[in-house]
Ligand binder design. Structure first.
Ligand SMILES: Cc1cc2nc3c(=O)[nH]c(=O)nc-3n(C[C@H](O)[C@H](O)[C@H](O)COP(=O)(O)OP(=O)(O)OC[C@H]3O[C@@H](n4cnc5c(N)ncnc54)[C@H](O)[C@@H]3O)c2cc1C
Length: 325
């Protein structure tokens, strides 16, 4: 049976949901799933329970003072040491910026190849030294076929390429790896974090009300703001909107903006250009409001309202208020 080692990414004292996606992908391979948990920023027992639920059999806790805060070189060195200790066939992480950074560091240390942001993991990945993989580039607008040939296959699965699914497993076993990590690897460390915004963010919002060029002005976003606040969601927009200075760049959805994955994306007055679509395509359901029934966003949407957003959105807000009353 193959051994698969998954890197756990942590934030604010917990394992991040992206790691659960990586575990879900790892389970699709026929193998024993190990996890590397770096440092003590997360309670190991809590993590073992959560990670076990998603299919991990063993959580290896890398112990070193240099791992207690995130640092790409130190975490990369920890992963390289864990690879040497566990000798996995496959090393996996979610293709977040941290996940890719740490995998790249470990691969460079061990002189191994690394394929980032794969769309899926073929079952041969666990067993064969040579395997073909498809990976996304340019924010999703380019798919590249790559061939990976290595005894230890290091790959990341594109963030949001699949949904995390619980395996209903019990808590994983925990083992400690005492890591001797030289100060040399502490050159870059996170020493502080400042959230640009509090609460629900565009990337995590369960519902996003997006507006495009057809909204027409900064002020005209008010009905979209109202809908978002009534539903506990966020307002998003297209680049045409940010280019016009109607909304800040942090609200932009797309290749050069934020990738969203809400339960519902309401895209109003947005044509659905490829650069916008790659940021919106992970939405579970899309409702397009547009005057053009042939717009790309309409063709791809689950639901479509043909009409002027300046009439439809205020009517939606009124309806939400009526139902909430
Ligand atoms: C390198 C690069 C990166 C890019 N990155 C991004 C990105 O990250 N995000 C992004 O969004 N774009 C990005 N773009 C820009 C992208 O190509 C499009 O130009 C942009 O998304 C168009 O924005 P839009 O849909 O709001 O405007 P338009 O394409 O002008 O679409 C307006 C839509 O509104 C509809 N409409 C008109 N009037 C009404 C009305 N009254 N009611 C309802 N519907 C109406 C129209 O039928 C049309 O479908 C990028 C481009 C490049 C070259």
């Amino acid at each position: 049976m193959a051994d698969i080692l998954v890197l756990a990414e942590t934030e604010d004292g917990a394992v991040v949901p992206a790691t659960l996606e990586a575990l879900t992908a790892a389970r699709q391979l026929d193998g024993d799933v190990h996890v590397l948990l770096c440092g003590d920023s997360v309670d190991a027992d809590d993590a073992a329970e959560r990670l076990g639920e998603y299919g991990a059999s063993t959580v290896h806790v890398g112990e070193s003072d240099l791992l207690n805060v995130f640092g790409p070189e130190a975490w990369g060195q920890a992963l390289a040491l864990a690879i040497e200790e566990i000798s996995p066939d496959v090393v996996l992480a979610s293709g977040t910026s941290k996940g890719n950074e740490v995998l790249a560091m470990a691969a460079a240390r061990l002189d191994l190849p690394f394929v980032a942001n794969c769309t899926e993991l073929p079952s041969e990945l666990a067993d064969d030294d040579e395997v073909e993989l498809t990976r996304v580039q340019w924010g999703g607008s380019l798919l590249e076929q790559s061939q990976l040939s290595a005894e230890t296959r290091i790959v990341s699965i594109a963030h949001h390429a699949l949904e995390a699914e619980s395996a209903g497993g019990s808590a994983a076993a925990t083992e400690t790896i005492d890591m001797e990590i030289d100060d040399l690897y502490a050159r870059t460390q996170v020493v502080g974090r400042e959230m640009a915004e509090a609460g629900v963010t565009l990337a995590t919002a369960p519902i996003v009300f997006g507006g495009g060029r057809a909204v027409g002005s900064a002020e005209a976003f008010a009905p979209l703001e109202e809908c978002a606040s009534l539903m506990g969601g966020r307002v998003g927009c297209s680049r045409a909107v940010t280019n016009n200075g109607w909304r800040p760049h942090r609200d932009q959805v797309g290749q050069t903006g934020t990738r969203i994955a809400p339960e519902l994306y309401v895209a109003s007055g947005i044509s659905g250009a490829i650069q916008h679509w790659v940021g919106a395509m992970a939405s579970k359901q899309i409702l397009a409001i547009n005057t053009d029934p042939e717009a790309n966003m309409v063709v791809k949407a689950d639901y479509f309202v043909e009409g002027d957003l300046h009439q439809v959105i205020p009517a939606v807000a009124e309806e939400i208020k009526k139902r909430k009353a």
